[in-house]
Design a binder for this molecule. Structure first.
Ligand SMILES: [Zn+2]
Length: 129
């Protein structure tokens, strides 16, 4: 486990997240992730710390409204958010992590487009969206 730092494009939103140096992330094909290219690194809330930018975050919701899609109101980048699959944690965009602390990135496809078929309860485990 190492501490990865990251944030949005303009630098207002900054965070630190504790996760393996060799991280496994998922590439989701749902309606929003496929448009943004979000690579999900899912962590419990205790392993995420927002360092700055709380006042620059805007929330977008759709469909069930469970996921809280947080993005920077200045540069528009969604560097992390509260996922539907794991509302007690955060999904960090691996593309928004600073260089230097990730030694390996394994990308696993996730079929978020067919969510209801995968999760009868409407939520999955920490490994999924
Ligand atoms: Zn920004």
């Amino acid at each position: 486990m190492v501490t990865h730092a990251g944030g949005c494009h303009c630098g207002r939103v900054r965070f630190a997240v504790t996760a393996p140096a060799r991280a496994q992330v998922s590439d989701c094909n749902c309606s929003i992730c496929s448009k943004s290219g979000f690579l999900h690194l899912i962590v419990p809330k205790a392993r995420f710390k927002l360092l700055s930018g709380a006042h620059s975050l805007t929330t977008y919701t759709f469909n069930t409204g469970t996921a809280q899609h947080l993005f920077c109101c200045v540069c528009g980048v969604k560097s992390f958010y509260v996922p539907r699959s794991y509302p007690d944690g955060y999904s960090v965009n691996a593309r928004c992590l600073d260089e230097g602390t990730l030694t390996e990135l394994t990308v696993v496809p996730f079929d978020g487009k067919n969510w209801e078929g995968q999760f009868a309860q409407g939520a999955g485990g920490p490994q999924e969206r």
